[in-house]
Design a protein around this ligand. Sequence first.
Ligand SMILES: [Zn+2]
Ligand SMILES: [Zn+2]
Length: 306
Amino acid sequence: MDLLVDSSTIHLNQTQTTLFGVYDEVSKYNVQLNIAERLWAAWYLWMQNDTLATGILSFVMHEAVYYGRSLPWIIIGMIPYFDKWKIQNLKTPSLKEQAHCALVVLFSHFTVELPQIWFFHPVATWCGMDYGVPFPPMWKMAYQICIFFVMEDTWHYFAHRSLHYGPLYKAIHKLHHYYSAPFGLTAEYASPIEVMILGLGTIGSPAIWVYFTNDLHLFTMYAWIFLRLIQAVDAHSGYDFPWSLRHFLPFWAGADHHDLHHEKFIGNYASSFRWWDKILDTEATQEARKRRREKKLAEFQAKKKQ
Ligand SMILES: [Zn+2]
Ligand SMILES: [Zn+2]
């Protein structure tokens, strides 16, 4: 087994055949590991195939987080009490619409994403990603994830803005804009090409990081993807609560930022933060649109006078 943990710290009894049997064995000889680390080591030791182990873990995690996070939004959509925080109050998706969306996304997960997931482990380890135990310290995971958020947001801004260029919009991005009032499940309702282009920011940011620093753990990568998925689903939720993160972190984009993008089709291209749209004057707010119109008008009038 080409694993993982320092082989001297894991003594696996070959008679252990169930995952929890392996877990017990790992626990017996590795009391210094926490529960998550023991489970992680047991999973890889039990699977006996690291590519398969990472592939299954990645796919299951994606499905669980995506649909698991969408579920509270479906329930919130059924409770009228929350309507006062709905961004586009008039447009409420029916359950049938939500079921259609969930099935389309599920189909693309199985047909487009699942085959690619098998390349993930070999490429990740080739880039230098670690997947042994113990896991890295929390502080390291936290700062690396912050860097990935900034990198992904930058990629997302420019790639997403490019996808709004006429022919690219028609051929690729139009599908994602099918819902002008998004709801949680619409986060990944997109063409497979779009999923690949924008997904590059999520997968590529840690890949570039580990290529140059040689310091990244697969568990950090999962924590990052977990948070990025939550961010994507929440940004499409259609609700802006007084306790939403953007009210505490003014540069955080949140649902109100992306909802406006779906409503107006132009502006607010970034995913997690507001700075790129501010710096490059592509905000979709009423004021920004008015300011741009006035600026254009002034330019036009100045041209006419020449
Ligand atoms: Zn768009
Ligand atoms: Zn969207």
